[in-house]
Design a protein around this ligand. Structure first.
Ligand code: NAD
Length: 372
């Protein structure tokens, strides 16, 4: 019997698909909605190949409230939502802010309104370390705790701050109104998960990040340099106050991140805490040059790069203090940066066309034989 049914918004995307897989592997039923703006339905096939179960899928835009209503009406068993559906390119967000506010903030409001109409009261939200902005503006704020004041430095980050606020106000209002009416209120809960830098792929080599356009995250870009699809990696700034001049980030394997969602969802269901924010990171910071070195090692040769100017809105150091999630959720990262690099390379090397090609037979055989 299923332990619960979760609507995963943005569930064919990178982190969403891995979270859907983790949910299915832990006896949850999964209903995915996604408009496929930055993902492909093939992710559903890969989930099924790995765990033997297939999520229900609806091609729905998260800003389309009537369409969301239809999905909730069709699946009255849905008791929680994990919300990934968003636009996420920091640079682009500065050029088309209205689109970002419409999809990210507007979409979240539509989702919450539709959830409320269907008595779905738990939400786990994909926030980001970007909400903290430049934490080095304070002394002793690296690694960053959840108590670090919020001050995003770009439009994308500001959409995340706004959504956190909208969710907090909504959950608190529902709790207060129910309490005043002498009705149960504890079912209203939200987890605001501030992720640091998700990376890596499934160790089987058949599931990974496959953005529709040009990737902009460091590791997928390095993957494209390694396959020769891109000539070199652009390093945005080597004049930061770090050990080698490049920016520091906390890289977290996507399998660990997916487990973090599961832990947060279980915590909401069990402890009914109201609104809680947790950092999901490893606590270990790596510079861009260290990442190039680690990935080059896995690939077996040095990867070319060129240092260019800093990117607007970038900050020196985003390293998590994950102590709260370690303690309250009983969750911590298990996989290393080296695991992420090895898994990413297995995915990229074997699937240069991502989900636009069949997975190699040898990987499927290894998966079937339980060796992956
Ligand atoms: N990858 C990161 O580095 C990172 C870091 C912190 C937070 N996040 C957040 O995590 C979430 C998932 O990120 P990801 O890396 O998996 O990105 P992704 O682009 O792979 O996943 C987002 C999914 O949302 C879908 N989507 C976009 N607009 C939609 C709309 N209007 N209606 C329905 N679906 C829509 C896309 O098609 C995609 O499948 C996002 O909210 C992102 O902001 C990502």
């Amino acid at each position: 019997m299923a332990v619960g049914t979760v609507l995963v918004a943005g569930g064919t995307g990178y982190i969403g698909s891995f979270t859907a897989l983790a949910l299915l592997q832990n006896d949850y039923e999964v209903v995915i909605i996604d408009n496929l703006y930055n993902s492909s339905k093939v992710a559903l096939d890969r989930i099924e190949l790995i765990c033997g179960k297939r999520p229900a899928f609806y091609q729905v835009d998260v800003t389309d409230e009537p369409a969301l209503d239809e999905v909730f009406a069709k699946h009255p068993e849905i008791d929680s939502v994990i919300h990934f559906a968003a636009l996420k390119a920091i640079g682009e967000s500065g050029d088309i802010p209205l689109e970002y506010y419409k999809v990210n903030v507007g979409g979240s409001i539509s989702l919450l309104r539709s959830m409320s109409r269907h008595n779905v009261a738990n939400i786990v939200f994909s926030s980001s370390a970007t909400v903290y902005g430049d934490a080095t503006r304070f002394p002793d704020m690296i690694p960053i705790p959840e108590t670090c004041p919020i001050e995003a430095t770009n439009t994308y980050g500001r959409t995340k701050v706004m959504i956190e606020t909208v969710i907090t106000d909504h959950i608190n209002a529902e709790r207060r109104k129910a309490q005043q009416a002498d009705k149960p209120y504890e079912q209203w809960n939200a987890a605001l998960l501030r992720y640091f830098n998700p990376c890596g792929a499934h160790p089987s080599g058949i599931m990974g990040e496959d953005p529709q356009g040009v990737p902009y995250n460091l590791l997928p870009l390095l993957g494209k340099v390694a396959t020769g699809e891109r000539e070199k990696l652009m390093v945005y700034g080597d004049d930061y106050a770090s050990r080698d001049g490049t920016a520091i980030r906390d890289y977290i394997h996507v399998l660990d991140l997916a487990e973090g969602h599961l832990a947060a969802l279980n915590y909401l269901r069990e402890h009914k805490p109201g609104v809680r924010a947790w950092n999901l990171g490893s606590g270990r910071g790596s510079t861009v040059f260290e990442m190039i070195k680690a990935f080059s090692k896995v690939v077996g040769h040095d990867l070319p790069y060129e240092v260019v100017g800093r990117r607007q809105g970038d900050v020196l150091d985003l390293t998590a203090n994950p102590a709260l999630a370690n303690k309250e959720l009983g969750w911590r990262t298990k996989l290393t940066l080296e695991d992420a690099c090895a898994d990413l390379w297995r995915w990229v090397e074997n699937n240069p066309k991502g989900y636009r090609q069949d997975p190699p037979a040898k990987l499927l055989e290894a998966l079937k034989a339980g060796k992956a």
